[in-house]
Ligand binder design. Structure first.
Ligand code: PHE
Length: 358
């Protein structure tokens, strides 16, 4: 019986067949279980004579079952491994990679350029109160920027009963910084701003970078040098020529609109050169000026001791000029094909040494 059983087990074709053999031998009603049970009904002599053989049979069969199971498991694993073999010679699937949005790219470039000149990055809320967005910046109640059709107001009111609003510029960050930090101050403040405007060159939400310097003895020469150094680094060319045009902002005095020389090439504006040179023209790029004494005083600083300059520039516009996009609205359409066309490497960080737009 032992030899036949052992042969059957060794010949079991699969795990199911092997399990069936286990049940008929060692299972509850199995033949070997029955033999083991019969020991209880034997006389001590009979038990002494037959016990060792029956136990030995059980051990042999148990071992045979385990051995066959191990062999069948190993064979099943071999089949599985053969089926799942990886062909190392196949080209790898391309890993999906995101890309940096041009607005983020340009903001990173500006942060890097200004960090090199000792400017920190400051931020403020996009939902502002009337005081920070207008009053502290010396913008009078009657100023057109406060009109309902120019600005998005909320039903909620601030502590003084004025409606809260989506900030119309990054200039309130000037106020927040002067209120929080003691001068000297050198910051840029990139962020979203909102105006009730919509066409090919205006979107209701767009991006600005504010610049602010407050220190002793600051004058317009510092402003011009800073803007020139920034624009040369940003456009990655030395022939940037600026023209400062007298202008008006309530929060700067004097104020200057800053133009750059450019020329038209293959339907694109290429920044560089003197705007009065042949084939060149001037284009308005940003607003700037010396921080108004009233603004400095509104922030609790003594304007006789502290002076400074400020500027504000459109990030989207800077991106369009450098990278050649022609429709501002495409920036915010969320079209992945546009992003792929103009998108930047997910892992490339602009640095002055490694390349600003590399
Ligand atoms: N806040 C102004 C604007 O949005 C720009 C500006 C900033 C002008 C700082 C002068 C100084 O148009």
């Amino acid at each position: 019986m032992q030899a036949r059983l052992a042969a059957d087990i060794a010949a079991a074709e699969d795990l199911d067949a092997l399990e069936a053999l286990r049940v008929t031998t060692l299972g509850k009603a199995g033949s070997i279980t029955a033999l083991l049970k019969s020991l209880g009904a034997m006389t001590p002599d009979e038990r002494q004579a037959q016990g060792p053989q029956i136990h030995a049979l059980r051990e042999t069969i148990t071992a045979a079952l385990a051995e066959r199971k191990a062999a069948l498991d190993a064979a099943a694993l071999d089949i599985k491994l053969a089926a799942e073999a990886i062909d190392m010679t196949l080209p790898a699937d391309a890993a999906p990679k995101g890309s940096v949005h041009p607005v983020s790219q340009v903001m990173d470039e500006l942060a890097e350029i200004f960090a090199d000149m000792g400017f920190a990055v400051a931020t403020g809320p996009e939902i502002e109160d009337d005081w920070h967005n207008f009053t502290a910046l010396n913008i009078p109640e009657t100023h057109p920027a406060r009109a309902m059709h120019d600005t998005f107001y909320f039903p909620d009111k601030d502590a003084e009963g004025h409606a809260m609003l989506l900030r119309t510029h990054t200039s309130p960050v000037q106020i927040r910084t002067m209120m929080e930090k003691a001068p000297p101050i050198r910051i840029i403040a990139p962020g979203r701003v909102y105006r009730s405007d919509s066409d090919a060159t205006h979107t209701p939400m767009f991006h600005q970078v504010e610049g602010l310097v407050i220190d002793r003895g600051i004058h317009m020469g510092h402003l011009k040098w800073t803007l020139e150094t920034f624009l040369k680094a940003y456009f990655e060319r030395d022939d940037i020529v600026l023209r400062l045009r007298p202008s008006y902002f309530p929060f700067t005095e004097p104020s200057a609109e800053v133009d750059v020389g450019y020329k038209q090439e293959k339907g694109r504006r290429i920044v560089g050169g003197h705007g009065d040179d042949d084939g060149h023209a001037w284009m308005e790029l940003l607003g700037s000026g010396m921080v108004n004494r009233r603004v400095i005083a509104n922030c609790g600083l003594d304007p006789d001791e502290w002076q400074g300059f400020a500027f504000g520039v459109g990030v989207d516009r800077l991106a369009m000029l450098k990278y050649g996009m022609d429709d501002l609205r495409a920036f915010f359409d969320g079209d992945l094909r546009w992003l792929a066309h103009y998108g930047f490497g997910a892992l490339s960080v602009p640095t002055l040494s490694g390349g600003i737009s590399a």
